[in-house]
Design a protein around this ligand. Structure first.
Ligand code: CA
Length: 715
C-alpha cells in the first residue's frame, strides 16, 4: 500500500494544496519530492491522496472509514450505479473488499484470481489467474474464497488458496515473482489479504480445522524472500522451541498435542501499527475442537484464540492476550483488529479493538497489551461465567463438552461467532464501531476422531446435545453500533446483518450489503436506513469508497448465490460502483429455472439408508449441506444425474472423475458399498423433495430455521 498512515496523508495533502498555487511551482515540486522520500513511499499522484482505499482495511488503522463526504443522508437520494465490472468465477463466494490505488481498482475472486479495472470508467485493465489446482478444494474448510489484495509501490500482491504469495505489476498484471509461503504437503491455504509496511509483507494462513500449526510470516516485498516466522503454538518440546516464549506456552498444553492437534492459524486479522512498529495478529481456534481431546486434563493452550503483538521488524514476541483459553467452540480470534486513539477516563490512549467470535468487545493498549475493557457485545454468552481480576475469562465448566460424552453442549455465541470475518468499521466522527453481529447458539457433541466433512474436528455433527437449545431473546443477525468508550450498544439495525462487511464514511453513513442481494446505507449516528438498491447477487464482503477527479465513488462486489425458495440461484458476480447522479443500470435479471429433480426409485433398506446418512454427514455434508440441505457453494446432490447410475456415482466418489472440479476421490474413506449407501440416502432425499416440491421463482427467501442458519461454521 502507499504508506496510508494519517500523518503521511497530512504531509501529502499539504503538497496537494501547494500544487494548486502556480507561483510556488518549483518549491512545490521540491517539497513533494522531499515529502515522498521522507516516507519512502513511491510516487503518488497528488490528486489521489486521501481518496484511495489502498489496503484491505482502508489503511493501517483497519477502520474502514473513508474521509470522503460528498455522499451524505441529504444527497444519497441521487446515488446511482456508475458502472459495473463482470466477474466470471462461479462456485465460490466473493469475500473480497475492493482495493483502490492510483486510479485502479483491484478485486480478488474465487480460486485466488484477481481483476484490475479503471476506477473511473470501469474498463477491465487485466485479470490474473494463479492457476490453483481444482483438487485443492479438499484442503479448504470454508469455501473457495479470497478476501483481497495488498498494494505496494507498483505491485499488487496477494495470497492463493494453495499457499503462494503472488506479486504482479499493477499496471500490466504481469507476474513479477511468486513464492510458496506454506508447506504444500500440508492442508494450509491463504484466504486473507496480506498487509505491507516498510517493504515487509505480513501473511498468515488457514488450516486449524485440519490440525495445522499456525504461524505468521514476513516476506520481502521486492522478491518474496521470507524474513521471519512466528509460530502460534509450540511443537514437540523434544525438538526444541523456535521462540523463547514457546517454552512457557508449552506449559499450557497437555498430552501429545503436537501429534494430534494445535491450530491457532492467523487466517485473517493482521494490523500494522506505525507508532510502535508492531504487527498485531489474531490467532485461530484450537484443533481438534474439544479442549479435552486436544489437551487432556486442561490448559489454556497458548497462543490459540489470542491477540498477539510482534515486533514488525524482527518478528519477536511483544505481548499477548488470550481471549478464549481452553477454546472448545471454534472461537477463532481472527476477527479484524482496529486501531484508534480514544480518550478514556480523560486520557488519550492508542488502542487496538476487536469484536471476536466469543462475543466480547476488547479495547487494548497497543504499546503494553493492557486490556482496558472487555464487555459482552451480544446479550449473553454461556462459555464463560465472567472475568477474574486480570480480565481473564472464567470458563464455564459445563461448556467443556469434551468431558461429557454424548451430553454435549449448545454454545452461545454460536461457533460461527457473534462476529466472524465480515469486516466491521469504526467511525471516528461518531465514535462508534459498526459490527456485523449474530446472536445464536450452536450444538456440539464431542467424539474423538469424528469428522465434519473433510475437517478433523472431533465433533459428531450427526448428534445433538441432550439438553434442548437455549431460547435466546433477540436472537438473529443484525448490524450493531457499539460505543467502545461507554461500552454499550447505541443502535441495532436488522435490515443489516452478520454476513457482510461494513464501510463507514465522513458523510455520516454506514454501508452494508446482504446475502439477499441488497446494498444499503444507514445513518451512522442513528442507524436509520436512508438508501437501498437491488444487486441481483448476494453481498458478503466489505465496500470501499474512493475519489477520482473530484467525485466520490462507493464500490462493492455482489457475487454470492442468491437464495430463492428452496434452491440457490446461480450468481451473477459483479463489481458494482456507485456515485451521485450516475445513470448506469444492470442488465435485466435472468429468471432462473431450477433443474428438475429426476432421481431413480428409492432403494435399500433402513440399515443401508442409515449407513448412507452416517457417511454422508461425515464426508459430504460440509460441502454439499447437512442432511441434504444445500450450501451455497457446492452442487445440490439431490439434482445430480449420477444418482441414476451406480457406476457413474462410483466413478465420481471413488475414482475421482470430477477431481478437476474440486470433487476429489473419497476412496481413502469410503468403499464402493459405502458409496452405494450414500447414493441410496441421497436418492431418498431427492424423492422426498420431488414429492414435496418447493415453490420456485423470485419469491422472498423463507426465514431460515435457526439450526440451518448455523449449520455452516466459518473458518
Ligand atoms: Ca475455525
Amino acid at each position: 500500500m502507499h504508506s496510508p498512515t494519517k500523518p503521511i496523508l497530512f504531509i501529502l495533502a499539504l503538497v496537494t494544496v501547494l500544487v494548486g498555487c502556480s507561483d510556488a511551482e518549483v518549491e512545490t515540486a521540491q517539497d513533494e519530492q522531499a515529502a515522498v522520500s521522507e516516507v519512502s513511499a513511491p510516487a503518488i499522484s497528488a490528486t489521489d491522496i486521501g481518496a484511495q482505499w489502498a489496503s484491505y482495511g482502508s489503511d493501517y488503522t483497519e477502520q474502514r472509514y473513508s474521509p470522503l463526504n460528498q455522499i451524505t443522508p441529504d444527497t444519497i437520494g441521487e446515488l446511482e450505479l456508475a458502472w459495473y465490472g463482470d466477474l466470471a468465477e462461479r462456485g465460490g463466494s466473493y469475500e473480497t473488499t475492493p482495493v483502490v490505488s492510483d486510479g485502479r481498482i483491484f478485486v480478488s475472486a474465487p480460486w485466488s484470481k484477481v481483476y484490475a479495472f479503471d476506477a473511473k470508467n470501469g474498463s477491465l485493465l487485466w485479470k490474473y489467474d494463479p492457476e490453483v489446482p481444482g483438487e485443492w478444494a479438499v484442503n479448504l474448510c470454508c469455501g473457495i474464497v479470497n478476501r483481497g489484495v495488498a498494494t505496494w509501490e507498483d505491485m499488487v500482491i496477494w495470497g492463493t488458496l494453495d499457499g503462494r504469495l503472488v506479486a504482479v505489476d499493477a499496471a500490466s498484471g504481469e507476474m513479477l515473482w511468486e513464492v510458496q509461503a506454506t508447506d504444500r504437503e500440508k492442508q494450509l491455504s491463504i484466504t486473507g489479504a496480506p498487509r505491507i509496511a516498510n517493504g515487509r509483507i505480513f501473511i498468515g494462513e488457514a488450516g486449524s480445522e485440519f490440525h495445522m500449526r499456525g504461524y505468521l510470516a514476513a516476506y520481502d516485498a521486492s522478491n518474496g524472500e521470507e524474513l521471519w516466522r512466528w509460530w502460534a503454538v509450540p511443537g514437540n518440546p523434544e525438538l526444541g522451541f523456535e521462540q523463547p516464549e514457546l517454552e512457557w506456552a508449552a506449559d499450557t498444553w497437555n498430552g501429545d498435542w503436537w501429534e494430534t492437534g494445535g491450530g491457532g492459524t492467523p487466517w485473517d486479522a493482521i494490523t500494522y501499527d506505525p507508532e510502535t512498529d508492531q504487527v498485531i495478529i489474531g490467532t485461530g481456534n484450537g484443533a481438534p475442537w474439544p479442549a479435552e481431546i486436544r489437551s487432556p486434563g486442561g490448559g489454556d493452550n497458548l497462543f490459540t484464540a489470542s491477540i498477539v503483538a510482534l515486533d514488525a521488524t524482527t518478528g519477536e514476541y511483544r505481548w499477548h492476550y488470550q481471549a478464549t483459553p481452553e477454546d472448545s467452540w471454534d472461537f477463532d480470534n481472527t476477527q479484524q483488529l482496529v486501531t484508534a486513539d480514544l480518550v478514556i477516563n480523560g486520557e488519550e490512549r492508542h488502542v487496538v479493538m476487536q469484536a471476536p467470535k466469543n462475543g466480547v468487545f476488547y479495547v487494548i493498549d497497543i504499546a503494553t497489551g493492557e486490556v482496558l475493557s472487555a464487555d459482552l457485545y451480544v446479550p449473553s454468552a454461556n462459555w464463560m461465567l465472567g472475568f477474574d481480576e486480570n480480565l481473564k475469562p472464567i470458563i464455564n465448566p459445563e461448556a467443556n463438552y469434551g468431558a461429557f460424552g454424548d451430553r454435549g453442549f449448545h454454545v452461545v455465541p454460536s461457533a460461527g461467532g457473534a462476529h466472524s470475518w465480515h469486516p466491521m468499521a469504526f467511525n471516528p466522527d461518531t465514535g462508534l464501531m459498526y459490527i456485523p453481529t449474530n446472536y445464536g447458539s450452536f450444538p456440539l457433541v464431542a467424539e474423538a476422531g469424528a469428522r465434519m466433512g473433510n475437517q478433523l474436528l472431533s465433533i459428531n455433527v450427526g448428534k445433538r446435545p441432550q439438553d434442548p437449545a437455549p431460547v435466546l431473546e433477540g436472537a438473529g443477525s443484525y448490524l450493531l453500533a457499539w460505543d467502545p468508550i461507554a461500552k454499550e450498544p447505541v443502535w441495532e439495525q436488522r435490515l443489516g446483518g452478520s454476513r457482510a462487511g461494513v464501510l463507514t464514511t465522513a458523510g455520516n453513513l454506514v454501508f452494508q450489503g446482504t446475502s439477499d442481494a441488497t446494498f444499503s446505507a444507514f445513518r451512522a449516528d442513528t442507524g436509520e436506513q436512508v438508501w437501498t438498491t437491488e444487486t441481483q447477487a448476494g453481498i458478503v464482503g466489505g465496500a470501499a469508497s474512493y475519489e477520482v477527479d473530484g467525485e466520490q465513488y462507493v464500490a462493492v462486489v455482489a457475487g454470492q448465490n442468491r437464495r430463492g425458495a428452496g434452491y440457490w440461484a446461480p450468481n451473477f458476480a459483479r463489481l458494482l460502483v456507485f456515485k451521485l447522479g450516475a445513470d448506469a443500470t444492470l442488465p435485466e435479471m435472468i429468471t432462473y429455472t431450477p433443474p428438475e429433480l429426476n432421481p431413480p426409485a428409492n432403494f435399500g433398506d433402513a440399515d443401508l439408508l442409515a449407513q448412507g446418512e452416517t457417511h454422508y454427514n461425515a464426508h459430504c455434508a460440509s460441502c454439499h449441506g447437512n442432511n441434504g440441505r444445500v450450501s451455497s457453494l457446492f452442487p445440490d446432490l439431490k439434482y445430480a444425474a449420477a444418482l441414476n447410475s451406480s457406476a457413474l456415482f462410483n466413478a465420481i466418489v471413488i475414482d475421482g472423475a470430477l477431481q478437476n472440479n474440486g470433487m476429489v476421490s473419497f476412496s481413502e474413506f469410503l468403499s464402493t458399498d459405502d458409496a452405494d449407501a450414500v447414493r441410496a440416502y441421497v436418492v431418498s432425499l431427492s424423492n422426498e423433495a420431488k414429492n414435496n416440491p418447493p415453490q420456485f421463482g423470485n419469491a422472498p427467501a423463507p426465514a431460515p430455521e435457526p439450526e440451518e442458519e448455523e449449520a455452516l461454521h466459518e473458518e
